[in-house]
Write a protein that binds this ligand. Structure first.
Ligand code: NAD
Ligand code: TYD
Length: 337
């Protein structure tokens, strides 16, 4: 039996990881630590709350005493750190909270991991730490870190701390750097669910600048299987890039959403570009494919259709999340420590 501390397990990707483990790995117990910021939502774990292999605790990764107590109490053997402030636009208006959660919070977990002799620390990072690409080339694990936004700078800082703890204290660790994820339960501030939500309400779709920026999209579940492979078979001290080989311009994705929803392109509204907007991200995933045998299970074309359908079938979830009503509702369910 493995006891894994998953942080940020009520967010978009973390909750998918928790559901994936509970569905597929009976020998694994998940302790889910999430402070339930605006982006965290226990509704993402509906049907999984009472699973005997899952325990949810509302609390922050910045709380050293809580983290230490939980590791002892639940005999935690590994940590997967998803918890983060994750939205670039928010980092441009309020960078401080990104340093607090993404850097200070990771440091708190690392200190505990060393003190409690955790067997594996997996830091869930992002391709954004590499900066922006020109028209050609791909990010490899050797690409120098060159973050451009406060968000990516905070994630790069955390990555460097993780590696330093490996080097200085012998912590066994991995870092995964994934491209943009899409799928069910994504908070509608991120491009795909935001555009779906706006289009459903015939609201303008705000396209930053010319909309020709490129992202390399990967289905969230495929990201989670990659993290599982790295957690269970990754060689200590290694970084693994994870990507979908699905480079699309933003405008291509937005037009696809409009066409699937039967809405008119006139909803597209070009607005002022994001400050310091990274032009292109694209990942070389050959290392994780060759060394760990991971590969994506779906194509973007088929899964984006299913994703749009999921949002159409879950308009109540979308409405609750977008309005923030769910916070009051679910506050009653939280078991405070
Ligand atoms: P998200 O914003 O949907 O979820 C973040 C979760 O962390 C939320 O549940 C939130 O409540 C929780 N959290 C925030 N501060 C916390 C704290 N101090 N203590 C405990 N929990 C806290 O983010 P996401 O899109 O699911 O991203 C998860 C991770 O994956 C992040 O580390 C992000 O950098 C990384 N990542 C995201 C993408 C992407 O496309 N979304 C791509 C690559 C990597
Ligand atoms: P986002 O989902 O915020 O992810 P990231 O910035 O981490 O890549 O944005 C994806 C792309 O979509 C990015 O190039 C910015 C663009 N974008 C818009 O054009 N309009 C929007 O309203 C949002 C949220 C994003």
């Amino acid at each position: 039996m493995k006891n894994v501390l998953v942080t940020g397990g009520a967010g978009f990707i973390g909750s998918c990881f928790v559901r994936m483990i509970l569905d597929n790995h009976d020998d694994t117990f998940v302790l889910n630590l999430d402070s339930i910021t605006y982006a965290g939502n226990l509704e993402n774990l509906d049907g999984y709350q009472n699973n005997p292999n899952h325990c949810f605790v509302k609390g922050s990764i910045c709380d050293a005493q809580l983290v230490a107590n939980l590791i002892d109490k639940y005999e935690i053997t590994s940590i997967v750190n998803f918890a983060a402030e994750s939205h670039v636009d928010r980092s441009l208006t309020n960078p401080g909270i990104f340093i607090e959660t993404n850097v200070q919070g990771t440091l708190t977990l690392l200190n505990a991991a060393v003190e409690k002799k955790i067997e594996k620390f997996l830091q869930v990072s992002t391709d954004e730490v590499y900066g922006s690409l020109g028209e050609d080339g791909l990010f490899t694990e050797q690409t120098p870190l060159s973050p451009n936004s406060p968000y990516s700078a905070s994630k790069a800082s955390a990555d460097m701390l993780v590696a330093a703890f490996g080097h200085s204290y012998g912590l066994s660790y991995n870092i995964t750097r994934c491209s943009n994820n899409y799928g069910e339960f994504q908070f509608p501030e991120k491009m795909i669910p935001l555009m779906i939500n706006n289009a459903l309400h015939d609201k303008d779709l705000p396209v930053y600048g010319d909309g020709l920026q490129i992202r390399d999209w990967l289905w969230v579940y495929d990201h989670c299987t990659a993290i599982w492979e790295v957690l269970t078979h990754g060689k200590s001290g290694e970084v693994y890039n994870v990507g979908g080989n699905n480079e699309k311009t933003n405008i291509e994705v937005i037009e696809l959403i409009l066409s699937k929803l039967g809405k008119d392109k006139s909803l597209i509204k070009h607005v002022t570009d994001r400050a310091g907007h990274d032009r292109r991200y694209a990942i070389d995933s050959s290392k994780i494919k060759q060394q760990l045998g991971w590969s994506p299970t779906v194509t973007f074309e088929e899964q984006i259709e299913k994703t749009i359908e999921w949002y159409l079938e879950n308009t109540t979830w979308l409405k609750n999340v977008a309005s923030g009503d769910y916070l009051n509702y679910y506050n009653e369910m939280y078991e405070d420590r």
